[in-house]
Design a protein around this ligand. Sequence first.
Ligand SMILES: CC(C)(COP(=O)(O)OP(=O)(O)OC[C@H]1O[C@@H](n2cnc3c(N)ncnc32)[C@H](O)[C@@H]1OP(=O)(O)O)[C@@H](O)C(=O)NCCC(=O)NCCS
Length: 168
Amino acid sequence: MNIRSETVQDYLAIAEVNTLAFGQENEAKLIEEIRHSKRYIPKLSLVAEVESLVVGHILFSYIDLVGEETLQVLGLAPMAVLPNFQKQGIGSALVKAGLEIANARKEAIVIVLGHPQFYSRFGFKPSVNYEIESPFPVPEEYFMVKPLQNYQEIYKGKVVYPRAFESI
Ligand SMILES: CC(C)(COP(=O)(O)OP(=O)(O)OC[C@H]1O[C@@H](n2cnc3c(N)ncnc32)[C@H](O)[C@@H]1OP(=O)(O)O)[C@@H](O)C(=O)NCCC(=O)NCCS
């Protein structure tokens, strides 16, 4: 398996992976909208390929953390692995690769809404531990933060997602 940043040639395959993994087209459309926005970070849209076939994808893009000032932080969403390739470590490898790139870029935190058993493996903790508030009415363990090497205490407040996320 190889992990690399996406290129324009991957767009169709990425849409397909997301549509098959989620059983709907909303996530693929969200990815397209983010690509057309200022929140898009090409280096942090990663594909996992097996024998040149794109089997997994993860996207980190900028979302807002609104506290005393508004700071841009990374949001992890969506992530998808083709059904036949799930539970083989591909999703985990994508998360780890993304966190390494985020650290190298000196980003401060990554936010995710997802399953605590899965994301806690990578050091994600409930956002309330960092005084970061979720915009969604979900149990607090599902809204998580991974502080990176560049984390500082100024990263506090309420998370605001761009409108494009309302579709998922
Ligand atoms: C979530 C997803 C990307 C994980 O990819 P993957 O390649 O299967 O992940 P890995 O093989 O690295 O890890 C799988 C582990 O995560 C756990 N896991 C994955 N999704 C889970 C979920 N929704 N709830 C609970 N546990 C989950 C699995 O039980 C498994 O645990 P194990 O290692 O103890 O068996 C993949 O299952 C997927 O595409 N799901 C559909 C889309 C989705 O829900 N995306 C996440 C929200 S953005």
